[in-house]
Design a protein around this ligand. Structure first.
Ligand code: CP
Ligand code: NVA
Length: 309
């Protein structure tokens, strides 16, 4: 725990490019190390006595459980703070919530709607803020995704990935992660659902060169990795009818995989089978979605270690 009068400012993780290339690879290396430690039953209580606050404005299975379990394995503790269980839900300003939490906990992971809200948390926090998903970004997911690709492709060099579907929060952070690590990325979205131009520009500044297209087959052909996510993200439920229509042709199905017979199929989960991906693909031999889910645990522990040790 630090106080808001400390001179040293904490590092925050609001999106993937808050890490340098070197730092990102160090986190991925540490994630591998933690994975081995769990598999071998080795003690690794690196955050003994430390506490993570976990603020949620949206639902979660993987993020909540992987952060909480991760803190337990690291010898620390995590506190679930649902918006409606704390005074935030009754109108306490976020900046006050942030300053109060900073006086108790060692880091805060937050899942919120507006990306500006994690920026406000960071501005007023004297402890690290970790983005556990906003409408614009999901950088913790990207850490696990890169760890998973690295495992399945035996490294990140000469890997070609195809994003098929909505240019959403998961896609945007993934684009930055690919740029930082040298993964060649093609993004296929329907018109009107592209990754933000500002994010593509950031990816280019990091040395990436993402290709964009409206043709899912063009993106998928001979890719090493095919990645998709829901067409209707949390908070977009009212757009369901329009989106279901607009995303026609973007389903990751056995037909699409004929163009990429060697590809690993990724999905951050939860999946809406029959919409962006078919049941047989989720359950099929090319699917690595549960390795991705597992790696949330290892990658986030590595991130927390980097932020807190
Ligand atoms: N992928 C992911 O963030 O899952 P949850 O919404 O279950 O946390
Ligand atoms: N794009 C999805 C990801 C869920 C983990 C959403 O924001 O709902």
């Amino acid at each position: 725990m630090t106080t808001d009068t400390d001179e040293t400012q904490p590092r925050h993780f609001l999106d993937v490019d808050d890490l340098s290339e070197e730092e990102l690879f160090a986190v991925l290396d540490k994630a591998e190390e933690y994975k081995r430690a769990v598999e071998n039953g080795e003690d690794h209580a690196d955050l003994s006595g430390q506490t993570l606050g976990m603020l949620f404005q949206k639902a979660s299975t993987r993020t909540r459980v992987s952060f909480e379990t991760g803190m337990t394995q690291l010898g620390g503790h995590a506190i679930f703070l649902g918006e409606d269980d704390i005074q935030l839900g009754r109108g306490e300003p976020l900046k006050d919530t942030s300053r109060a939490l900073s006086r108790y906990v060692d880091a805060v992971m937050a899942r919120v709607f507006k990306h500006e809200n994690v920026e406000v948390l960071a501005e007023y926090s004297s402890v690290p803020i970790v983005n556990g998903l906003t409408d614009d970004a999901h950088p913790c997911q990207t850490l696990a995704d890169l760890q998973t690709i690295r495992e399945h492709e035996d490294g990140l060099e000469d890997v070609s990935a195809a994003w098929i579907g909505d240019g959403n929060n998961v896609a945007q952070s993934f684009a930055l992660g690919c740029a930082l690590t040298g993964v060649d990325l093609t993004i296929a979205t329907p018109e009107g659902y592209e990754v933000d131009e500002a994010v593509l520009e950031r990816a280019r500044d990091l040395g990436g060169d993402p290709t964009t297209t409206t043709d899912p087959i063009e993106a998928a052909t001979d890719a090493d990795v095919i990645y998709t996510d829901v067409w209707i993200s949390m908070g977009q439920e009212d757009e369901r009818d329009v989106r279901m229509n607009d995303f026609e042709g973007f389903q990751v199905s056995a037909d699409l995989l004929e163009h990429a017979p060697g590809a690993s199929v990724m999905h951050c989960l939860p999946a809406h089978r029959g919409e962006e991906i078919t049941d047989d693909v989720v359950e099929g031999e090319q699917s690595i979605v549960f390795d991705q889910a597992e790696n949330r645990l290892h990658a986030q522990k590595a991130l927390l270690g980097w932020l807190l040790e």
